[in-house]
Design a protein around this ligand. Structure first.
Ligand code: MLT
Length: 394
């Protein structure tokens, strides 16, 4: 037996596990401290009442012989795919129902999609970026090229004609920087992908946080993107499903490589390795897309965006440089006094009892930066920001 030795090329533990370990060790050593967690992007508001009601009803369905559901279609029930189709239609994007695949979240699909691609492919990822893109490709031993995202390009790198890539990861609104590509910039990526014969893996997990109407929520708002892109989305941040688990992936029929539709390959992969998201959860997910559900999730998103403003206002007040927090729940700030990002993590944890995420965890270009999330409780966020202000004013 031989192990997949590529795993030995990974860092010892996943970024958010490392942070959790550090915070747990600190909490155990200082049980009296009130730690405020603005690190991992995990939501804190309860599921909205439209979802709760749908979940209850679905549980009741399961208690009767007529309402009971066993295995469902691996790619999801039409009762949730239809409202997703209508959600895209509102933005002028027409999708076939069988181009939509329901899953247990974007993270799994972003990793699993790699089953479809040869390990010889060259991968292009922005730096800094959500670590799952890099780690899952390291596991497969693919060659990874990095594109610099920095303050000069607004953390939105554009294609470099001199670089050839087969798989391109884009995340907009971006995790961790909060930067959002506009339509012209995404059009440049679509054109580049077509010239390279590459596939764009577009992570739209934070699309619901876009408030600027001119900004695209989906890569498929760009003409020609269906020929060269797969989109991942999730209800985790949109509707508080981080613990409930539901996402969706769009694989257009127009996306063809070597004469083969990737949609067919993904269906084959999912029917073989995945038995579908639970009926109960899909019922809850469908409720997100009802008028009532949309109204309710908008209120929760507004709550989080108010947290983002509380954080941003405080940073303005003490003169700390930051970006994000406008069309995104993440604030990406420059560590004060030239501190490196893990030192700033320790400094904040020990002196303000506030947890954030060190920029270096998202890539080399994240060094010297730090991410705060707006997904906390409002009072706790205000308290955290107060502590940060007092500490940095010293
Ligand atoms: C994050 O903090 O970056 C998120 O939790 C990522 C995720 O959704 O897995």
């Amino acid at each position: 037996m031989k192990i997949n030795a590529n795993y030995l090329n990974l860092k010892d533990s996943y970024l958010f596990s490392t942070i959790a370990k550090k915070v747990n060790a600190y909490t155990q050593a200082h049980p009296d401290k009130n730690i405020i967690r603005l690190g991992i992007g995990d939501v804190t508001r309860p599921l909205c009442s439209a979802v709760i009601e749908a979940l209850h009803n679905a549980v009741d369905d399961m208690s009767t012989a007529t309402g009971f559901h066993g295995y469902g279609p691996e790619q999801g029930y039409d009762f949730v795919k239809q409202p997703i189709q209508a959600y895209y239609r509102k933005r002028g994007v027409e999708l076939e129902l069988d181009e939509i695949f329901i899953s247990d979240g974007a993270k799994s699909d972003v990793g699993n999609i790699l089953d479809l691609f040869s390990k010889d492919n060259t991968v292009l990822v922005p730096d800094p970026v959500y670590p799952v893109y890099v780690d899952t490709n390291i596991m497969d031993g693919r060659n990874i090229l990095y594109m610099n995202a920095n303050a000069d390009n607004g953390f939105l790198p554009l294609p470099d004609e001199n670089v050839h890539a087969d798989l391109i990861y884009l995340c907009s609104p971006n995790n961790p920087t909060g930067a959002v590509y506009n339509k012209e910039q995404l059009a440049a990526w679509v054109q580049y992908a077509k010239e390279c014969g590459a596939v764009i893996l577009f992570d739209a997990a934070y699309e619901a946080f876009i408030s600027d109407n001119a900004l695209p929520h989906s890569i498929f708002e760009i003409e020609g993107a269906k020929d060269c892109a797969i989109e991942f989305c999730s209800l985790s941040k949109t509707a508080g499903f981080t613990g409930t688990r539901c996402g969706y992936t769009i694989v257009p029929h127009a996306l063809v490589a070597d004469g083969i539709e990737l949609n067919k390959l993904w269906l084959r992969r999912q029917t073989t390795k995945f038995n579908g998201t639970s009926y109960i959860v899909q019922k809850g997910a469908a409720a997100v897309f009802t008028d009532e559900g949309q109204k309710q999730i908008r209120q929760t998103i507004a709550y989080y965006m108010n947290n983002a403003k509380i954080i941003a206002d405080a940073l303005d007040e003490i003169g700390v440089w930051y970006t994000g927090g406008q069309n995104s729940p993440y604030i990406w700030l420059k560590c004060p006094n030239q501190m490196d990002s893990w030192s700033f993590f320790d400094y904040l944890l020990e002196n303000a009892n506030v947890v954030g995420t060190p920029g270096a965890g998202f890539g080399a270009n994240g060094e010297g930066f730090f991410r705060l999330t707006a997904f906390g409780d409002q009072d706790q966020t205000a308290q955290a920001v107060d502590r940060i202000k007092k500490l940095l004013a010293k």
